[in-house]
Write a protein that binds this ligand. Sequence first.
Ligand code: UDP
Length: 310
Amino acid sequence: MDNVLVTGGAGFIGSHLCDFLIGKGFRAICMDNLITGNADNIKHLEKNRNFRFINHDISKHIKIDDDLGFVLHFASPASPEDYQKIPIQTLKAGSLGTHNTLGLALAKKAKYLLASTSEVYGDPLVNPQPESYWGNVNPVGVRGCYDESKRFAEALTMAYHRIHKLDTKIARIFNTYGPRMRKNDGRVVPNFINQALSGNPITVYGDGNQTRSFCYVDDLIEGVYKLMLSSLNEPVNLGNPHEHTILEFAELIKKLTMSKSRIAFKKLPIDDPRVRCPDISLAKSKLKWEPRTRLSDGLAKTIDFFKHQG
Ligand code: UDP
């Protein structure tokens, strides 16, 4: 049985990944410093023989005695509100954290997967975004700490692949949603659902004409798993290609929650990308992957999750 190290394993995506891997017969070693991750996300795994939690900051040297088959590097703040509050930790997770996890994978002769992001495309001038697009990023803007740390992480990953022949993969993850998102992480899905459920105004930033494309977490995890087992070393977009304006999305949440909340327009955050939509041709052809969950079905499960949160 392969041991898999999942950094950020107590986070939203990381914890679903631990569940999935254990289900597939792997042993998941979850590493997290719980800055934006949440121990509640892995509580149900505590007693599982195929699970182990290590509380550690991956920007510091990582020591693991076990053999490792895979290192999956998912640790990083990922919500714009989070990473703008802790930009230095974010830069360290993408730079030092990526260096440490790559070094560990090399030492253990493990395969490596980097969780990268659609933010490497910045405020894209091409829509939808194929992997071949180099992006339009403001390196010194408020989102630069996340965008540039992930761009650096991709560059370092490719360098380890080219120089050390490490078997590396890069997943460019687009907006993902589902149970275990943090209620107050500031992102659009938890914000709109919780505002709608409590009858508070739904805060649409700007005029709401900016677009995003939302992928249900189970679909995303399946894509990550297929990529992890593949022989692809170039970056691969993973996301849902159905694009919605944020205003349409607010109306949809209102409808699904049967909420009477009004829509309140607020200031658009600095450098907020105007459009975002993945071109997933590569994942479709090489991984035989595409999302299957309808937005209304995924949102129903997410709404249910938040209804049961305190
Ligand atoms: N947004 C919004 N209201 C909110 C939270 C977010 O209108 O309460 C918008 C935000 O300006 C952006 C989009 O929703 O255009 C997605 O924001 P999110 O923070 O989820 O992540 P991003 O895709 O920008 O990384």
